[in-house]
Structures are given as C-alpha cells and as structure tokens.
Design a protein around this ligand. Structure first.
Ligand SMILES: [Zn+2]
Length: 313
C-alpha cells in the first residue's frame, strides 16, 4: 500500500508546485470546486484525468481489471451517472450493460459524452454483418486516441469555459506524449522482419493497431473453423514463419487449438501468446496502469512475439 501511496503523494506535490509556478489565479487549486466526472472505464478515466488535471474529480464505474463488456451494472451505477456533472464513455457499444443507462441519460441532457464520437467514421473498423456497428477498441490506434483526446478537451472546455486555457495546455502536452508513443511503436515495429509482420489474433482490437503500423491482420474465430479457413491460416503461418498468435486470455480457444494443431501437422510451430492487455488497465502507478503504459507493453509483447524463432516440431 505504501509503495503505491508514495508516487501519488509525489505527483500531487509536483502538480501543486506546477500550479503555483504558472501564476494563473484559477488553476483549480483552492479556488473553484472541481467538476465531478464519471468515466465508465479506467481507460476513459485515464484520458479525462490527463486533460482535466486538477479541475476534475474523476471516478470510474467498471473496475480496472474487468472487461467492460462483461460488466453487469449495479443499482448505484445509475445514481453515480445521474449525479455526476459530466459523464464520459468510450461509446461504440464497448460498455455493454451500461449502455442502456447511458442512452437514457444522454437523451435527457447534454452531460454524457462518448470519447469515440470525434473519430472519423471512415477510420473505424466496421463489424461484419452488423450494419452501422464499429469496433470499439479505438485506443489500439494512437491516431484515433488523439481524436478522443480532442473530443475530451472540447467537451471540458465547453462545459467549463473559465478553465479552457488549462485544458488546452494539458491536451497539447498529452498529444505530445501520444506522438512520442506513436514514434516508439513505429521504431519498435521496424525490428520485426517484413515477412513476419502479421498479427494473427482472436481479438479484432489488433486490426486497429495493424492498420496504422503496417502489419497484416488475420482473425482466428473463437469456434472451430471450416477446412478452407483453417488451411488458409495454417499455410500463412507456416509459409511466413509467423512465430506467435496473440489471444485474449478470456476468449474461447477452440479455433486457436485447432489452428495450432494444423500448423504442427504441417511441420511448423506457433506459440500462443496471451500477454497483450486488451480491455483492462493495471493498478494505478504500475507500468500497465495507464494508456501509454499498456500500449508500450503491448508493442513490446508483439515485437518480441513476432521476432522469436519457434523451434521446429
Ligand atoms: Zn475487447
């Protein structure tokens, strides 16, 4: 507990010092009351906190270690959402059971915002067979998360114009951090030989990543595949010597096991890697405790996974 508390106190001290140094009278410390914000998830909370800084008091509804799609709302969640001055959610149906509550609220007033609403529709991944539905995992594409950052900055500035300059300043700094992350990813992906730049995964989130960083994406179904589909994937893995398949540890593995067997039957070998952080965040203050941290972690996992040389069976 103390291990976590120390960095938090340190951060507060630094923020207080920065606020004192910039000489602005209404930076939020000791002046106007903070804006009470509810974020549906820890990932959205992280974004709002980065832009809102000390002007906002943000709490998230879904615990950081739970996939929001699996979350069953509790009665007190409706109350939290109703009482907050502002509510931010990812949107695109990521929040599962909470969506019903959010829809009711957003019709009633203008307090509820989706951070994905600012992303250009032609950059979103359409969900096959579901007209007008898009993949919600936009944070796997740093450019799209920058659109989300702009949305949050605009919404906070509109709702609290007296602190607009502070939101602008923090958003600019955060965009810079995201640019640095983007560059980190580009540099690391270059370490993967061109032939192996293929993300084979059960999780569509990686299609967003693949698109921006010039990797190919192939989805492995949860359930058993038909023979033609299986042959295509297994041949690809063997011919291109793709060392790893990246799975979500919570996904059914029937399709993955079938694929691994088919690869081995062809004399190849492929590792099943479940280390990518898809829909959750780690403990605050840990390397996986914020967006930039999980993305760096994920890139490292991907690059290591695609660079390794699996032993022949
Ligand atoms: Zn997901």
């Amino acid at each position: 507990m103390h291990r976590l508390l120390a960095p938090v106190l340190l951060t507060s001290a630094i923020l207080a010092t920065l606020a004192a140094c910039n000489g602005k009278p209404s930076a939020g410390v000791g002046s106007a009351p903070k804006i009470s914000v509810v974020a549906t998830t820890c990932l959205v909370k992280d974004l709002v906190q980065n832009i809102g800084g000390d002007r906002v008091e943000v709490q998230s509804i879904v615990p950081c270690d739970i996939d929001p799609r699996m979350y069953t709302p509790e009665p007190r969640d409706s109350q939290k959402i109703a009482q907050a001055q502002m509510v931010f959610h990812n949107g695109l149906n990521w929040e599962g059971g909470l969506q019903k509550i959010l829809k009711g609220q957003s019709d009633a007033d203008r307090r509820v915002f989706s951070v994905s609403s600012g992303a250009p529709i032609d950059r979103l991944g359409a969900i096959p067979g579901e007209l007008g539905a898009y993949d919600p995992h936009i944070w796997f594409n740093v450019t799209l998360w920058k659109y989300a950052t702009e949305s949050v900055r605009t919404r906070l500035s509109d709702s609290d114009p007296s602190s607009k300059a502070a939101y602008e300043r923090r958003a600019t700094a955060y965009m810079h951090e995201l640019d640095t992350l983007d560059e980190y990813i580009r540099q690391h992906v270059r370490f993967v030989p061109a032939e192996q730049r293929v993300l084979v995964s059960t999780h569509t989130a990686l299609s967003y990543f693949a698109k921006d960083y010039r990797l190919e994406f192939r989805q492995v179904p949860f359930e058993k595949m038909d023979q033609a589909q299986l042959d295509t994937l297994a041949d690809l893995i063997v011919q291109r010597k793709i060392p790893s398949i990246f799975i979500d540890k919570d996904h059914p593995r029937e399709g993955v096991l079938q694929l691994v067997q088919a690869v081995e039957a062809r004399g190849g070998k492929v590792a099943v890697n479940a280390e990518i952080v898809f829909d959750v965040l780690g403990e605050p203050g840990t390397p996986a405790g914020d967006y930039v941290g999980i993305m760096k972690h994920n890139v490292d996992v991907i690059v290591e996974g695609l660079r390794s040389t699996p032993a022949k069976s």
